[in-house]
Design a protein around this ligand. Structure first.
Ligand SMILES: Cc1cc2nc3c(=O)[nH]c(=O)nc-3n(C[C@H](O)[C@H](O)[C@H](O)COP(=O)(O)O)c2cc1C
Length: 212
């Protein structure tokens, strides 16, 4: 099988300006609902891109945990590689690859740390094991063996076998304020539909069609 032979046509249907909601958060929520209904694997999974101090981009998948007019929220380790990048440069890009629906959504924006109260609210809603894992893993640091991680996890499990698990200060979330958001729908003969919303501090969103 040659890689150049792997291709498919996109036939599920187009995206027309008249069908777009005026607010991109409403449009996103509609597509997310459809992704959930279509039983996509990890419908809330998004690729998050950040850049290091040399301008080198890095990407990784994280889960979207909430969204409203203020932006997209995800949680992570505040000492992780991505968090170090964001400390220097809070410009970020999010990407949702909804292949089965022949769709993708691309967001650009600014990441801002959530408040301690917001972090706490979500941390305490997580399963106990996830809370313990967040404490046990110094995310993105080099470790010599898996056993170290597992040992730490078991030690914490014993220590906090009863009562609340304290939220570590190195764990929390970011909210991505949207600067632009593009909705892409695959089209027949590679004539895909793309619409980009931009706000630029105006109350109304501009919506423009992009060439595929
Ligand atoms: C489906 C999936 C969901 C993930 N969700 C998260 C998440 O919500 N938060 C997180 O910090 N890492 C999550 N990860 C792990 C990240 O992809 C990544 O390995 C980790 O955040 C470290 O990234 P960094 O070293 O670039 O900071 C997820 C990975 C996968 C495959």
């Amino acid at each position: 099988m040659k890689l150049t032979d792997i291709r498919r046509d996109y036939t599920l249907g187009g995206l027309r300006r008249k069908d777009l909601k005026s607010n991109p958060v409403d449009q996103f929520n509609l597509w997310l609902e459809q992704a959930i209904e279509a039983q996509l694997t990890d419908p809330t999974a998004m690729t998050v891109a950040t850049v290091d101090e040399r301008g080198q981009p890095y990407q990784r998948i994280v889960l979207l945990k909430s969204l409203d007019d203020r932006g997209f929220v995800f949680y992570t380790n505040l000492g992780s590689r991505k968090a170090i990048h964001l400390q220097e440069n809070n410009r970020i890009s999010l990407h949702f690859p909804w292949h089965l629906l022949e769709r993708q959504v691309h967001v650009t924006g600014i990441a801002q740390k959530l408040t301690a109260a917001e972090n706490f609210k979500y941390f305490t809603s997580r399963p106990k094991e996830s809370q313990l894992a967040a404490i046990a893993s110094k995310q993105s640091s080099r470790i010599s063996a898996r056993g170290i991680l597992e040992g730490k996890f078991l030690e914490l499990k014993k220590k906090f076998s009863e009562g609340e698990i304290p939220m570590p200060s190195f764990w929390g979330g970011y909210r991505v304020k949207i600067e632009s958001i593009e909705f892409w729908q695959g089209g027949a003969n590679r004539l895909h539909d793309r619409f980009i919303y931009t706000a630029e501090d105006k109350p109304e969103w501009d919506i423009e069609r992009l060439a595929p």
